[in-house]
Design a protein around this ligand. Structure first.
Ligand SMILES: Cc1cc2nc3c(=O)[nH]c(=O)nc-3n(C[C@H](O)[C@H](O)[C@H](O)COP(=O)(O)OP(=O)(O)OC[C@H]3O[C@@H](n4cnc5c(N)ncnc54)[C@H](O)[C@@H]3O)c2cc1C
Length: 478
């Protein structure tokens, strides 16, 4: 039987490898780095094991939960602190996000917690939604257009945009309405966007939008690795694929070459400019491996128009605050929900802050009185910038001496591409970011590939993108 070569041992590669081996494929996984997991990574900072990439999953649709249950991880699934995230608004004030909202779209535009963010005039404009016929805005191409038409610019720019940017790293004008599944359907039934939000939130009450794993998302990787080991699937580490074909791959001669890598924890990687030909390393021909190829390495396959896949950097700065200090006490006593989202155009450069030790009980326990904060950035901050941003966002003085650890992690991620049918692709580059989308898509693709030798299609429609690339604080906000 011909071997199936899965390129990449991130979550997509591990899931597809497991599902294929269960269908009778003989599978081998090729991974460029010296570890599996990709954007699921645990780092020990000041002795505390912490997620340095994804830290939660969307419960929408139940896909990930069902998968975790199948892997025997049901009793490790945990809910985060059930409290709304906060917003550092354009005005410079930090306020809780409206209690009942979806992606920042309020269920009650005139509620005090909405007025506190957008002001009374914009809130009144939001009430126009209740008077407009249901179809108004229903055919909008983007989420931004939908909200603007029904509730006006104020609510869109001051409330919805910061939340959406925190979750999807894009303005609502650049996202299809499908990022909020069911929203238009309920708009047409309820004749009101606000009531559509209320309806969707009734179906998925606060706190149930995201969940995590006790001990961190790394548990998922460890469990999948144990399964693959049990099924005798070899994983070759330090093997970077340079070229893919349906029936073979060509390995890079220098496995450390950055070309093709979409994710790194080395800040220097963030300086790779995909548009600069000097950065586009010309790989000499390397060793060839033959087999049915499945690519689970975002960034390895370029868009159909021949351009190099775009790559963007996300930088996290994790701060650990010493136990017993005034800062730790103030943070523990008055957490701002699970963290704070940041509107653009304020004095804070962080895009979002997650109060990790307030959000997850297992982290609080492991931190033993210390407080853990995680801030995300578009460009690499200094530890001092992160400390000052944390002070502004949380309203607490954090002296330098109270910070016992400040650790940066940089991720380089590939943009989304349209899959053609030539080589099966899985992973966030085709499924959209986020564990829910990635796992669901990888699972469905493996099913469609079927038993070895079956005449199966090579690609499957991408699931909705629904990721929180920076911190799932934002998820609690939606
Ligand atoms: C900071 C951060 C926070 C996040 N938070 C969340 C969250 O809370 N919830 C959520 O749902 N999602 C979150 N995400 C997104 C989520 O982690 C990703 O969408 C998902 O993990 C992507 O998995 P993947 O397998 O598609 O890709 P990756 O995890 O990138 O895996 C790809 C693998 O392929 C390997 N590879 C690359 N090139 C080659 C090559 N040429 N040859 C061989 N191997 C190669 C890589 O080394 C890597 O191991 C977050 C992402 C980041 C960066």
């Amino acid at each position: 039987m011909r071997e199936t070569l899965v390129v990449g041992a991130g979550i997509a590669g591990l899931v597809v490898a497991r599902e294929l081996v269960l269908q009778g494929h003989r599978v081998r996984v090729l991974e460029a780095e010296s570890r599996a997991g990709g954007q699921l990574l645990q780092k020990t900072i000041a002795g505390i094991p912490l997620d340095a990439g994804a830290e939660a999953f969307a419960t929408r649709g139940g896909t990930v939960r069902a998968y975790l249950e199948r892997l025997g991880l049901a009793d490790r699934i945990i809910a985060p602190l059930d409290a709304p995230a906060w917003l550092h608004a354009r005005t410079g004030t930090t306020v809780p996000l409206p209690a009942v909202s979806l992606l920042g779209i309020p269920a009650a535009p005139l509620a005090e917690d909405v007025v506190a963010v957008v002001g009374r005039k914009a809130a009144w404009r939001g009430m126009a939604d209740a008077l407009l016929p249901g179809p108004v805005g229903a055919k909008s191409a983007t989420l931004g257009e939908l909200v603007r038409r029904r509730m006006g610019d104020g609510i869109l720019e001051q409330l919805v945009a910061p939340v959406v940017e925190g979750i999807h790293s894009k303005h609502p004008d650049d996202l299809p309405v499908s990022v909020a599944p069911g929203l238009v359907h309920h708009l047409l039934r309820e004749n009101s966007l606000a009531r559509a939000v209320a309806r969707l939130r009734t179906d998925a009450p606060a706190g149930s939008l995201v969940a995590g794993l006790e001990g961190g998302m790394r548990m998922l990787v460890d469990t999948l690795l144990a399964e693959l080991d049990r099924y005798g699937v070899p994983i070759e580490y330090g093997v970077r694929v340079a070229e893919v074909h349906p029936d073979r791959v060509v390995l890079a001669v220098d496995p450390d070459a950055a070309r093709g890598s979409v994710v790194g924890i080395d800040p220097d990687l963030a300086t790779v400019d995909p548009a600069d030909p000097a950065d586009d390393l010309d790989e000499p021909e390397g060793e060839v491996r033959e087999g049915l190829v499945v690519v689970a390495a975002p960034g390895l396959v370029d868009p159909a128009d021949g351009r190099a896949a775009t790559r963007t950097a996300t930088h996290l700065m994790t701060l650990v605050i010493e136990a017993g200090t005034d800062a730790a006490r103030a943070l523990a006593e008055n957490p701002r929900g699970t963290g704070v989202l940041v509107a653009r155009g304020t004095d804070v450069t962080a895009r979002a802050l997650t109060h990790v030790s307030a959000k997850w009980a297992w982290v609080r326990e492991a931190a033993a009185g210390r407080e853990v904060l995680r801030l995300s950035y578009e460009s690499l901050p200094s530890a001092d910038t992160a400390r000052r941003d944390a002070e502004l966002l949380l309203g607490v003085t954090i002296p330098e001496t109270a910070v016992v650890a400040a650790e940066a992690t940089t991720w380089l991620r590939a943009g989304r591409i349209e899959a053609d049918d030539s080589i099966p692709l899985v992973g966030e580059q085709v499924s959209g970011t986020g564990l829910a989308s990635v796992i669901d898509h990888a699972h469905r693709l493996a099913e469609r590939l079927g038993a070895p030798g079956a005449d199966a299609p090579t690609s499957t429609p991408a699931a909705e993108s629904s990721a929180d690339p920076a911190a799932s604080t934002e998820r609690n906000a939606s």
